[in-house]
Design a binder for this molecule. Structure first.
Ligand code: SF4
Length: 231
Protein backbone atom coordinates (compact mmCIF):
# COMPACT_ATOMS: atom_id res chain seq x y z
CA UNK A 1 0.00 0.00 0.00
CA UNK A 2 1.08 3.60 -0.48
CA UNK A 3 1.40 5.14 2.97
CA UNK A 4 1.90 8.79 3.89
CA UNK A 5 2.43 8.35 7.63
CA UNK A 6 1.80 6.11 10.63
CA UNK A 7 1.67 7.81 14.02
CA UNK A 8 0.10 7.77 17.46
CA UNK A 9 -2.15 10.60 18.66
CA UNK A 10 -5.61 11.24 20.09
CA UNK A 11 -8.59 10.54 17.88
CA UNK A 12 -9.94 13.96 16.98
CA UNK A 13 -13.30 13.99 15.24
CA UNK A 14 -15.79 11.20 15.88
CA UNK A 15 -17.58 9.46 18.75
CA UNK A 16 -14.08 8.15 19.61
CA UNK A 17 -12.64 11.68 20.00
CA UNK A 18 -10.11 11.93 22.80
CA UNK A 19 -9.05 8.27 22.80
CA UNK A 20 -5.46 7.22 22.03
CA UNK A 21 -5.29 5.98 18.47
CA UNK A 22 -2.76 4.82 15.86
CA UNK A 23 -3.34 6.55 12.53
CA UNK A 24 -2.44 4.80 9.29
CA UNK A 25 -2.75 7.46 6.57
CA UNK A 26 -2.91 6.19 3.02
CA UNK A 27 -1.87 8.19 -0.02
CA UNK A 28 -4.13 9.37 -2.82
CA UNK A 29 -7.55 10.96 -3.11
CA UNK A 30 -9.91 11.31 -6.04
CA UNK A 31 -11.80 14.29 -4.54
CA UNK A 32 -10.63 17.87 -4.04
CA UNK A 33 -12.64 19.33 -1.15
CA UNK A 34 -12.25 23.11 -0.95
CA UNK A 35 -11.32 23.06 2.76
CA UNK A 36 -9.19 19.87 2.66
CA UNK A 37 -6.45 19.88 5.31
CA UNK A 38 -4.81 16.73 3.90
CA UNK A 39 -3.65 17.91 0.48
CA UNK A 40 -0.21 16.50 1.28
CA UNK A 41 -1.74 13.04 0.82
CA UNK A 42 -2.67 13.59 -2.82
CA UNK A 43 0.68 12.38 -4.14
CA UNK A 44 3.74 10.56 -2.93
CA UNK A 45 3.92 8.27 0.06
CA UNK A 46 6.04 5.18 0.58
CA UNK A 47 5.12 1.76 -0.70
CA UNK A 48 4.88 -0.56 2.32
CA UNK A 49 3.89 -4.20 2.63
CA UNK A 50 1.11 -5.16 5.02
CA UNK A 51 3.76 -6.84 7.19
CA UNK A 52 5.81 -3.62 7.43
CA UNK A 53 2.73 -1.56 8.32
CA UNK A 54 1.70 -4.12 10.93
CA UNK A 55 5.17 -4.10 12.46
CA UNK A 56 4.98 -0.32 12.89
CA UNK A 57 1.44 -0.48 14.29
CA UNK A 58 2.49 -3.12 16.80
CA UNK A 59 5.56 -1.09 17.78
CA UNK A 60 3.34 1.92 18.52
CA UNK A 61 0.57 -0.07 20.20
CA UNK A 62 1.73 -3.57 21.16
CA UNK A 63 -1.32 -4.53 23.23
CA UNK A 64 -4.16 -3.73 20.84
CA UNK A 65 -6.29 -0.60 20.94
CA UNK A 66 -7.73 1.78 18.40
CA UNK A 67 -6.44 2.02 14.82
CA UNK A 68 -7.77 4.58 12.35
CA UNK A 69 -7.31 3.95 8.64
CA UNK A 70 -7.51 7.32 6.92
CA UNK A 71 -6.18 9.30 3.97
CA UNK A 72 -6.55 10.68 1.41
CA UNK A 73 -9.18 8.18 0.45
CA UNK A 74 -8.14 4.77 1.79
CA UNK A 75 -10.70 2.81 -0.23
CA UNK A 76 -8.78 3.67 -3.41
CA UNK A 77 -6.40 0.91 -2.21
CA UNK A 78 -9.27 -1.44 -1.35
CA UNK A 79 -7.72 -4.57 -2.88
CA UNK A 80 -4.81 -4.56 -0.43
CA UNK A 81 -6.53 -2.69 2.37
CA UNK A 82 -9.40 -5.08 3.09
CA UNK A 83 -7.17 -8.14 3.75
CA UNK A 84 -4.98 -5.91 5.97
CA UNK A 85 -8.04 -4.76 7.92
CA UNK A 86 -9.07 -8.41 8.44
CA UNK A 87 -5.58 -9.11 9.76
CA UNK A 88 -5.83 -6.24 12.28
CA UNK A 89 -9.29 -7.36 13.42
CA UNK A 90 -7.94 -10.88 13.93
CA UNK A 91 -5.29 -9.37 16.23
CA UNK A 92 -8.09 -7.71 18.26
CA UNK A 93 -7.44 -4.13 17.24
CA UNK A 94 -10.51 -1.88 17.10
CA UNK A 95 -10.73 -0.37 13.62
CA UNK A 96 -12.00 2.99 12.39
CA UNK A 97 -12.15 3.69 8.65
CA UNK A 98 -12.45 7.35 7.53
CA UNK A 99 -13.81 7.58 4.01
CA UNK A 100 -15.29 10.22 1.75
CA UNK A 101 -18.43 8.18 0.99
CA UNK A 102 -17.66 8.19 -2.73
CA UNK A 103 -16.20 4.66 -2.94
CA UNK A 104 -18.33 1.47 -2.50
CA UNK A 105 -18.19 0.21 1.10
CA UNK A 106 -19.84 -3.21 0.75
CA UNK A 107 -16.50 -5.03 1.17
CA UNK A 108 -15.64 -3.43 4.52
CA UNK A 109 -15.93 -5.99 7.35
CA UNK A 110 -18.90 -5.25 9.60
CA UNK A 111 -16.75 -5.02 12.74
CA UNK A 112 -15.03 -1.91 11.35
CA UNK A 113 -16.45 1.42 12.55
CA UNK A 114 -16.97 3.32 9.31
CA UNK A 115 -16.81 7.13 9.56
CA UNK A 116 -18.38 8.18 6.29
CA UNK A 117 -18.46 11.75 5.03
CA UNK A 118 -21.44 13.23 3.26
CA UNK A 119 -19.85 16.13 1.41
CA UNK A 120 -21.83 19.37 1.48
CA UNK A 121 -21.91 22.13 -1.21
CA UNK A 122 -19.11 24.18 0.39
CA UNK A 123 -16.72 21.30 -0.28
CA UNK A 124 -17.36 21.47 -4.02
CA UNK A 125 -17.79 17.65 -3.98
CA UNK A 126 -21.36 17.29 -2.71
CA UNK A 127 -22.68 15.30 -5.66
CA UNK A 128 -20.14 12.49 -5.18
CA UNK A 129 -21.80 10.63 -2.28
CA UNK A 130 -22.66 7.03 -3.13
CA UNK A 131 -26.21 6.56 -1.82
CA UNK A 132 -25.86 2.76 -1.83
CA UNK A 133 -23.41 3.20 1.06
CA UNK A 134 -26.31 4.12 3.39
CA UNK A 135 -27.43 0.48 3.31
CA UNK A 136 -24.03 -0.65 4.63
CA UNK A 137 -24.24 1.46 7.80
CA UNK A 138 -25.08 0.05 11.23
CA UNK A 139 -25.16 1.39 14.79
CA UNK A 140 -21.36 1.19 15.05
CA UNK A 141 -20.88 3.55 12.08
CA UNK A 142 -21.00 7.33 11.72
CA UNK A 143 -22.11 9.77 9.04
CA UNK A 144 -20.16 13.02 9.20
CA UNK A 145 -21.14 16.32 7.60
CA UNK A 146 -18.38 18.95 7.52
CA UNK A 147 -20.00 22.37 7.22
CA UNK A 148 -18.67 25.70 5.99
CA UNK A 149 -21.91 27.74 5.92
CA UNK A 150 -25.62 27.92 6.69
CA UNK A 151 -26.21 26.51 3.20
CA UNK A 152 -24.13 23.46 4.12
CA UNK A 153 -26.11 23.06 7.35
CA UNK A 154 -29.42 23.11 5.46
CA UNK A 155 -28.05 20.58 2.97
CA UNK A 156 -27.06 18.26 5.83
CA UNK A 157 -30.39 18.70 7.59
CA UNK A 158 -32.33 17.94 4.40
CA UNK A 159 -30.13 14.90 3.66
CA UNK A 160 -30.83 13.55 7.16
CA UNK A 161 -34.56 14.19 6.89
CA UNK A 162 -34.91 13.00 3.27
CA UNK A 163 -33.29 9.68 4.13
CA UNK A 164 -35.14 9.49 7.48
CA UNK A 165 -31.88 8.91 9.31
CA UNK A 166 -33.20 10.25 12.62
CA UNK A 167 -36.04 7.74 12.71
CA UNK A 168 -33.97 4.59 12.16
CA UNK A 169 -34.28 2.44 15.28
CA UNK A 170 -31.66 3.42 17.83
CA UNK A 171 -30.00 -0.01 17.86
CA UNK A 172 -29.23 0.19 14.12
CA UNK A 173 -28.87 3.93 13.56
CA UNK A 174 -25.43 5.31 12.63
CA UNK A 175 -24.27 8.32 14.63
CA UNK A 176 -24.86 11.63 12.82
CA UNK A 177 -22.13 14.23 13.32
CA UNK A 178 -22.21 17.84 12.13
CA UNK A 179 -18.81 19.49 12.31
CA UNK A 180 -17.69 23.03 11.38
CA UNK A 181 -14.95 23.01 8.74
CA UNK A 182 -11.61 24.38 9.86
CA UNK A 183 -9.67 26.91 7.81
CA UNK A 184 -7.03 24.91 5.98
CA UNK A 185 -4.56 27.81 6.21
CA UNK A 186 -5.19 28.36 9.95
CA UNK A 187 -2.13 29.28 11.97
CA UNK A 188 -1.57 30.73 15.40
CA UNK A 189 -4.17 30.54 18.14
CA UNK A 190 -6.09 27.36 18.76
CA UNK A 191 -9.50 28.97 18.65
CA UNK A 192 -13.00 28.59 17.25
CA UNK A 193 -12.30 31.67 15.10
CA UNK A 194 -10.44 29.27 12.81
CA UNK A 195 -13.69 27.48 11.98
CA UNK A 196 -15.36 28.48 8.70
CA UNK A 197 -18.69 28.17 10.50
CA UNK A 198 -19.21 29.51 14.03
CA UNK A 199 -19.87 26.47 16.30
CA UNK A 200 -22.22 28.62 18.39
CA UNK A 201 -24.39 29.35 15.34
CA UNK A 202 -24.41 25.67 14.42
CA UNK A 203 -25.51 24.71 17.94
CA UNK A 204 -28.39 27.20 17.80
CA UNK A 205 -29.57 25.95 14.40
CA UNK A 206 -29.48 22.30 15.51
CA UNK A 207 -31.44 23.07 18.66
CA UNK A 208 -33.98 25.22 16.79
CA UNK A 209 -34.56 22.38 14.31
CA UNK A 210 -34.50 19.70 17.03
CA UNK A 211 -32.01 17.84 14.85
CA UNK A 212 -31.12 14.48 16.39
CA UNK A 213 -27.42 14.73 15.58
CA UNK A 214 -24.19 15.48 17.42
CA UNK A 215 -22.14 18.65 17.03
CA UNK A 216 -18.52 17.63 16.58
CA UNK A 217 -15.35 19.68 16.80
CA UNK A 218 -11.93 18.63 15.50
CA UNK A 219 -10.41 18.55 18.98
CA UNK A 220 -6.85 18.01 17.71
CA UNK A 221 -7.04 21.49 16.13
CA UNK A 222 -7.70 22.91 19.61
CA UNK A 223 -5.09 20.80 21.41
CA UNK A 224 -2.17 21.31 19.01
CA UNK A 225 -1.29 24.15 16.67
CA UNK A 226 -3.78 23.99 13.79
CA UNK A 227 -1.11 23.77 11.09
CA UNK A 228 0.68 20.74 12.62
CA UNK A 229 0.56 17.46 10.69
CA UNK A 230 0.97 14.01 12.24
CA UNK A 231 -0.92 14.87 15.42
S1 SF4 B 1 -11.98 13.43 0.61
FE1 SF4 B 1 -10.69 13.99 2.39
S2 SF4 B 1 -8.57 13.87 1.64
FE2 SF4 B 1 -9.90 13.89 -0.18
S3 SF4 B 1 -10.01 16.05 -0.77
FE3 SF4 B 1 -11.77 15.65 0.57
S4 SF4 B 1 -11.09 16.17 2.66
FE4 SF4 B 1 -9.24 15.97 1.34
Amino acid sequence: MHIIEIYKSLQGESSFAGLPCIFVRLAGCNLRCAWCDSEYTFAGGSKMTATAILTEVQRLSPTGGLIEITGGEPMLQERELIPFIRQLLHLNYQLLLETSGERPLESVPRDVHKIVDVKCPGSGEHLRFRLENLATLTAIDELKFVLASRQDYEYAREFIREHELESIQADSRPALILSPAFRKDATGPRAAENCLLNPGDLAQWMLADDLQARLGLQIHKFIWQPQLKGV
